[in-house]
Ligand binder design. Structure first.
Ligand SMILES: [Zn+2]
Length: 118
């Protein structure tokens, strides 16, 4: 596995994970869910990280991360969440507030996300 992103802000890691998954890249978030993943570990300062599982996806993943971090000057308009009405940056694949996808892709059959905590 290769690390493509780290942030002090857990939601950034989850946004990146969502962006990668939308692009069809398998990835995992580490250190962003300490309460369940590290139940007995004392609260330590760890940075949420996103890792791609396949090295072949590394370069594409970096491009996506780059777009997430620096893509604010592109021409895509912001979008408004259909569920909670919050305004989202165009780079966000899901609502930052309630995780509702920006748009549904009928070709995607990954309906259940085993990594999501409801
Ligand atoms: Zn929302």
């Amino acid at each position: 596995m290769k690390r493509v992103f780290s942030s002090e802000i857990a939601i950034d890691a989850w946004q990146v994970k969502n962006l990668l998954e939308v692009a069809g890249i398998d990835c995992v978030v580490k250190n962003a869910d300490m309460s369940s993943a590290f139940g007995e570990v004392p609260f330590v300062e760890v940075m949420p990280e996103v890792w791609v599982t396949s090295p072949a996806d590394y370069e594409e993943a970096l491009d996506i991360v780059d777009e997430y971090l620096y893509g604010e000057d592109d021409d895509r308009p912001d979008w408004r969440c259909s569920k909670c009405r919050e305004r989202n940056d165009a780079a966000f694949a899901v609502c930052w507030n309630c995780q509702t996808p920006a748009r549904t892709d009928p070709l995607s059959d990954s309906g259940s996300d085993p990594g999501s905590a409801s």
